[in-house]
Each structure stands twice: as structure tokens, then as C-alpha cells.
Design a protein around this ligand. Structure first.
Ligand code: CP
Ligand code: NVA
Length: 317
């Protein structure tokens, strides 16, 4: 056995498009298998000896707990690192942090602001890097969303999904998901809050951009929304509230979609802003399953990144 060998280039998960169609399908199916395993009370610990470092430059409930609990359930360990109490917050270059952390742990998850911070980290990391949310993408959430849709309604391929609200990181990840999972995405956002044109252009055959929520939800099988002001946009909150008022997902809007349409929101939600309480707490909402599935989908992701691709824990130097 070769110790201290140089690993092959690690497989990262910086956006959904780091997966091919086959990997994505397999991952979603595996997430549901891992969920059933846990429901049966069976222990499955393939990651004994593995460590995940989690770098959080923004707040989190679901992402932190799902990765931390997921790693524990798989037999590994997770470390929570924040800029407040690491040298990251005191200006140590991200490249140096990547070099150091990736010599000590087996996988790194980062939640940060600029997507480039994540890509720079990944370029200098010897181990897989996972995007736990950047200003541009939130791919882990989409794994859970697709799993949730398919558990409730079967294959998402060919379905019509409506994304209502800001052309933000969630919207961008839905655009990538439309390509990867082959569904139709209709996006309704206020003028001036459209998704990035290049991301949209690359998915032009799967996505339509409009400014009328009622138009977007017609015949839709799933309605999705997200906060109007994302983390880092707190100073724009009041201005955005005024501009987004017509983009609240209400029962009246849901009534214009398919009768059995589902509602999803990555959470945290603001009842009375992007979604009415009646919808998020109503029978079409699957937000709690969606939140739970972060755990199962990310366990499947860790398995894929660590066991399909890598030689074992504690490699590399
Ligand atoms: N949906 C999501 O990522 O939630 P957290 O911000 O709580 O991690
Ligand atoms: N768009 C939101 C998602 C939170 C999970 C944000 O970036 O704050």
C-alpha cells in the first residue's frame, strides 16, 4: 500500500454541472436509499477515519446540521470553522488555507460570498471541495429538491417547474438543474432582478424568463420561491420588499398551476413576503421533507466524492 502518495485531481462539487447525468441520477436514487436505511435504524459507517472541514462565512442552520449529522452518521467527523475564530477572518489567503486544510482533512465544504473564493480554494485543494452556497449557486439544495420532488411525484424529467422571485443563487441552481435533469423551467422575476445572462443562455433550451408570476405557474408541477434579499443583501431589504410585492406565492397563484402542484422553498422563509403562510403551511407544501432531504442527499454526495473517486482517508502529502 502506498502511503503519502499524491492523489489524482480531486472531484469537486462547486456547481451541479460538476456531475454528469448518470452521476446525478445515481446520487438522487442513493439519497433515497440512505434515507430508508436510516428509517430502518440501520447503521452504515463507510467514512470512519474521514474528516470534513466546514467553512462558514455566512450563517446556516440546515447546511451546517445536515453536513455535521450526516458525517457523524457515516462514521466520520465534521469540523465547524468560521472566520471569527480562524485565520481566514484575519486575512490569511484563501489559497494558503486550501493548501493547509486539504493536507489535514479529506473533504471541505465552504459557504461564502463570491463564487470565485470557492473556485480559488478548490484550485489549491488536494481534496474534494463542496459548495455549501455562494452568491452564485446553491447546488446542495438542488440535490435535496430533486430528491423531494421525485419521492412525491416520480421522475422530474419533462416536468414544468416555476421559479418565482429573485434571479439569485437558488434560481441559478434551478437553471443548471433544468439542464442536468432535463425539465422545463419558467422563471418569473421583477425587472432588474433577472438571473445572470450567461447562466441562463447556457440553458436556453430548458428555460424561459418572464416577469409575470401567473404566466410562469401555468401548468406547472412545482412552484419554487426563495427570499427576496439573500445573505449579504440586508441593506437592500426595504427596497426589494417594495419591488417584489407582486411576487408572493399565494394560494391564488398556486391555484393557477396544476391541481397537484407541489410547493418548495429552501428556507429560511418569510411568511407574508415571498410566500403566504397558507401556502407554506398548506397541503401542497413539501418544505419539511425538502429540508430533511439535505441530510440524505449530502450523505450520498459525500459517498460519491469520497468513496467513488478517492483511494482512502488520510492520503496525500
Ligand atoms: N437552505 C439552506 O441552505 O439553509 P441554511 O441557510 O439554514 O443552511
Ligand atoms: N438565497 C438565499 C438562500 C439561503 C439558503 C441566500 O443566499 O441567502
Amino acid at each position: 500500500m502506498t502511503l503519502n502518495h499524491q492523489p489524482t485531481a480531486p472531484k469537486h462539487f462547486l456547481s451541479l454541472l460538476d456531475l454528469n447525468e448518470e452521476e446525478a441520477k445515481r446520487l438522487i436514487a442513493r439519497a433515497t436509499e440512505l434515507k430508508h436505511l436510516r428509517q430502518r435504524g440501520e447503521h452504515y459507517r463507510p467514512l470512519v477515519g474521514y474528516t470534513l472541514a466546514m467553512v462558514f462565512e455566512k450563517s446556516s442552520t440546515r447546511t451546517r446540521v445536515s453536513f455535521e449529522a450526516g458525517m457523524a452518521q457515516l462514521g466520520g467527523t465534521a469540523l465547524f470553522l468560521s472566520p471569527r475564530d480562524t485565520q481566514l477572518g484575519r486575512g490569511e489567503p484563501i489559497e494558503d488555507s486550501a493548501r493547509v486544510l486539504s493536507r489535514m482533512v479529506d473533504v471541505v465544504m465552504i459557504r461564502t460570498f463570491e463564487h470565485e473564493t470557492l473556485t480559488r480554494f478548490a484550485e489549491h485543494s488536494r481534496v474534494p471541495v463542496i459548495n455549501g452556497l455562494t452568491d452564485r449557486f446553491h447546488p446542495c439544495q438542488l440535490l435535496a429538491d430533486i430528491q423531494t420532488y421525485e419521492e412525491h411525484r416520480g421522475p422530474i424529467r419533462g416536468r414544468r417547474i416555476a421559479f418565482i422571485g429573485d434571479g439569485n443563487n437558488m434560481c441559478h441552481s434551478y437553471i443548471n438543474a433544468a439542464r442536468l435533469f432535463d425539465f422545463e423551467l419558467r422563471i418569473a422575476c421583477p425587472p432588474g432582478f433577472e438571473p445572470e445572462p450567461e447562466i441562463l443562455a447556457a440553458a436556453a433550451d430548458h428555460c424561459t424568463l418572464m416577469h409575470e408570476p401567473a404566466e410562469a405557474v401555468k401548468q406547472a408541477d412545482l412552484i419554487v420561491t426563495d427570499v427576496w434579499a439573500s445573505m449579504g443583501q440586508e441593506s437592500e431589504e426595504d427596497q426589494r420588499k417594495a419591488l417584489f410585492t407582486d411576487f408572493c406565492v399565494t394560494s391564488a397563484l398556486m391555484a393557477q398551476a396544476q391541481a397537484n402542484a407541489l410547493f418548495m422553498h429552501c428556507l429560511p422563509a418569510h411568511r407574508g413576503e415571498e410566500v403566504s403562510a397558507e401556502v407554506i403551511d398548506g397541503p401542497q407544501s413539501v418544505v419539511w421533507d425538502e429540508a430533511e432531504n439535505r441530510l440524505h442527499a449530502q450523505k450520498a454526495l459525500l459517498e460519491l466524492l469520497l468513496l467513488d473517486q478517492q483511494p482512502g482517508p488520510g492520503r496525500a502529502d
